[in-house]
Design a protein around this ligand. Structure first.
Ligand code: ATP
Ligand code: ATP
Ligand code: MG
Ligand code: MG
Length: 299
């Protein structure tokens, strides 16, 4: 009998246990469950203690594995496929909506960086738990939402993403980290835009295009785009040039036109919603406009 109860306690979720009539209080069995030890229990000691340092900003960056190939196999438009970027942004929105204490994410190409509230207690700050939950949720959301973005282009194989955790002890370090990723977006996008125009429009081979761009500075690349392809770099989509920031911010509730709708919220209230923008985050304007993001609210 005792074994039967132990089995039930071990295998049924607490919600189901509430429905079963037990001869002694449920709490007795639940404590039996948590205390149940076997002689194998000692192997727990081999687990690494990987709690992130207190008082540091925790950043998890994920990056597509071999997306050079993945984008080729799935015929991504070059240099930027808006479907691919839209899907990455959608997966990031899913992650921010599901994982408590994420305040902001920044993404470009096949990568996304997620920033936790500075003193988050999620998973007791255990690095492996935080990282693996984000990377697996991101990957499953990417696959789940694929057909909405790539209509009539089935997924050819399961994509993978890697992940890493980095800690930043100051706001300045964290802002510099995000600036580094956005600067990388700009440098790569300018190069890739030149490269793919030389290949697709001017008919150069990839190695000829590479040779043509070797040693050129930003100004020369801008000039090449303008003189040879009539492209003003600054007119390209902001999403391609700046990447994407997804963040929580409150905004006033809009007044409903239907005053009789009982579900409509009263005006003058604020609601916290997820924003998705393609703005500059290297300068100070974004941070001045959203002081709550890195301020004491999120300590
Ligand atoms: P955590 O996020 O901390 O891991 P959890 O709810 O996933 O929380 P676990 O200790 O991992 O907790 O337990 C997984 C639970 O999932 C089991 O207790 C059981 O209720 C349920 N579960 C998993 N697989 C099955 C299955 N094949 N059939 C029925 N229930 C299952
Ligand atoms: P690794 O596994 O080391 O990350 P990788 O092939 O994924 O290798 P990255 O440096 O991460 O290399 O580069 C990602 C590549 O994915 C880009 O160079 C680009 O070719 C491609 N890519 C990703 N997203 C898009 C997109 N939206 N449009 C076009 N190409 C894209
Ligand atoms: Mg990659
Ligand atoms: Mg990458």
């Amino acid at each position: 009998m005792a074994h039967a109860f132990q089995w039930i306690c071990r295998n049924l979720p607490p919600s189901k246990l509430q429905c079963i009539r037990l001869p002694v209080p449920l709490s007795t069995h639940l404590s039996t469950r948590s205390m149940a030890k076997s002689r194998f229990e000692y192997v727990r000691q081999f687990e690494a203690q990987d709690a992130c340092l207190p008082n540091c900003w925790i950043v998890v960056r994920i990056d597509g594995k071999a997306f050079h190939r993945f984008s080729d196999v799935h015929n991504y438009e070059k240099p930027n496929d808006p479907r691919g970027l839209g899907l990455m942004n959608c997966a990031a929105q899913t992650v921010l909506s599901e994982i408590k204490d994420l305040i902001l994410a920044y993404g470009q190409s096949d990568e996304y960086s997620f920033v936790f509230r500075k003193n988050t207690k999620t998973y007791n700050r255990r690095a492996s738990k935080l990282m693996t939950t984000i990377v697996s949720l991101f990957a499953s959301a990417f696959v789940f939402h694929w057909p909405k973005y790539f209509t009539n282009a089935p997924l050819q194989y399961p994509p993978a993403f890697d992940g890493r955790v980095v800690l930043y002890p100051s706001v300045q370090n964290l802002q510099d980290y995000l600036s580094w990723r956005q600067a990388d977006c700009h440098i790569n996008n300018l190069y890739n835009t030149c490269f793919w125009n030389l290949v697709l429009e001017a008919g150069l081979t990839p190695s000829q295009a590479q040779e043509r761009l070797k040693g050129t500075v930003a100004g020369e690349k801008n000039e090449l785009l303008f003189s040879q392809f009539n492209i003003n770099y600054n007119d390209l989509s902001q999403m391609y040039r700046k990447g994407t920031v997804v963040y929580w911010a409150s905004q006033p509730v809009e007044t409903s036109s239907d005053d009789t709708d009982p579900s409509s919220e009263p005006p003058g209230r604020n609601r916290t919603i997820l924003h998705t923008e393609h703005c500059d985050i290297i300068g100070s304007d974004f941070w001045k406009d959203h002081p709550h993001l890195l301020g004491s609210d999120n300590a």
